[in-house]
Design a protein around this ligand. Structure first.
Ligand SMILES: *Cc1c(COP(=O)(O)O)cnc(C)c1O
Length: 343
């Protein structure tokens, strides 16, 4: 099966499994898991920050960032199609008690002007803006890379208004691989960054919350406990993360090349509408104009031929390349798409 539903479907490689089996562990609630500590130090250093916290999921990392930097009744600026809005079960409202202020960006990217217009005045009537969240790369936007110049402009606005910034960097290293910019060039503009190990990096479990503010990380550690995310001998999982950071970062470029190639193959199919210049990283979003078959049928027909993708509403579909997809499979998928979608 050529599984292009998501880069979360990646499974640990033999090397990663060996690293996990060998991991030195301890009780991380006591701060005694040396492998967790090593992963946290590595991740912080990678982004040029002072500390990191290992957590079970990207959702938890985002939610700890929100909970640690806001008070109930405040507002957080987000892009309207971001993960925090769509895929976190309303946690920002349910767990942090904040209201989300949606700004609709262009393929997930907000402008500094939009962000500034969304900041509430500091008067006694208005709700108070506590945090600005960006997502890089932007998942629903189609793996869009936030231009560094746009981040810098948004940062200028944030500093002017004294508002901290959080980056949902679930796929930050995809942006890094695509642009070859140093990770810290993005990270320097944010108080907190979340990063997933379980997407294209191929670890089975785990994300990180990264920051230079040590008291913020201490607060986040307490909320991690509150949210049920404090783990014990988590070094088994952290070892997979270390392995991923050591072996699977530079290869992300391959996934991007595969995505561009698949986009070119899709572009040749008359019923497919795709702006291939919009395939910037490992996510391909495309439309199929098929008046006879509803999306569920189309997805099922592809599955029968060995290709899995997600229908994401209307005529729109999403395919994601990753560690477990070879160049040969991209060619095969291209042929299967051509065969099924031509009918
Ligand atoms: C996957 C993802 C997350 C976190 O997802 P989990 O499944 O909770 O690990 C956060 N943000 C973005 C943009 C994502 O794609």
């Amino acid at each position: 099966m050529i599984d292009l539903r998501s880069d979360t479907v990646t499974t640990p490689t033999d090397g990663m499994r060996k690293a996990m089996a060998r991991a030195e562990v301890g009780d991380d609630v006591y701060g005694e898991d040396s492998t967790v500590n090593r992963l946290q130090d590595m991740a912080a250093a990678l982004l040029g920050k002072r500390a990191a916290l290992f957590v079970p999921s990207g959702t938890m990392a985002n939610q700890l960032a929100i909970r640690s930097q806001t008070q109930p009744g405040q507002e957080v600026i987000v892009e309207s199609t971001c993960h925090i809005v769509r895929y976190e079960q309303g946690a920002a409202g349910a767990l942090a008690g904040v209201q989300l202020h949606w700004v609709t960006g262009e393929r997930g990217i907000m402008t500094a002007e939009q962000v500034e217009a969304a900041i509430r005045p500091k008067d006694p009537h208005s709700i108070q803006t506590a945090l600005i969240c960006l997502e890089n790369t932007h998942n629903a936007g189609g793996g869009t890379i936030y231009p560094l110049s746009t981040i810098e402009k948004i940062r200028t606005v944030a500093v002017k208004h004294g508002i901290p910034m959080h980056l949902d960097g679930a796929r930050l290293l995809n942006a890094v691989a695509a642009t070859t910019l140093p990770p810290a060039s993005y990270a320097q503009h944010f108080e907190t960054i979340s990063m997933c190990l379980s997407k294209g990096l191929g670890a089975p479990v785990g994300s990180l919350l990264i920051s230079s503010d040590l008291s913020l990380i201490d607060r986040a550690r307490r909320f991690r406990r509150m949210y049920g995310g404090a783990m014990r001998q988590a070094g088994i999982l952290a070892a997979a993360g270390i392995y991923a950071l050591e072996h699977h970062v530079t290869r992300l470029k391959e996934d991007h090349d595969h995505a561009k190639k698949l986009a070119r193959l899709l572009q040749r199919i008359p019923s497919v509408q795709i702006a291939s210049q919009h395939v910037e990283t490992n996510i391909i979003i495309f439309d199929v104009v098929d008046h006879r078959r509803p999306p569920t049928e189309l997805v099922a027909a592809l599955k029968e031929q060995g290709v899995l993708i997600n229908a994401i509403g209307g005529q729109r579909y999403r395919a994601v390349t990753h560690l477990n997809i070879s160049s040969k499979q991209i060619d095969e998928a291209g042929e299967i798409f051509a065969r099924i979608l031509a009918r």
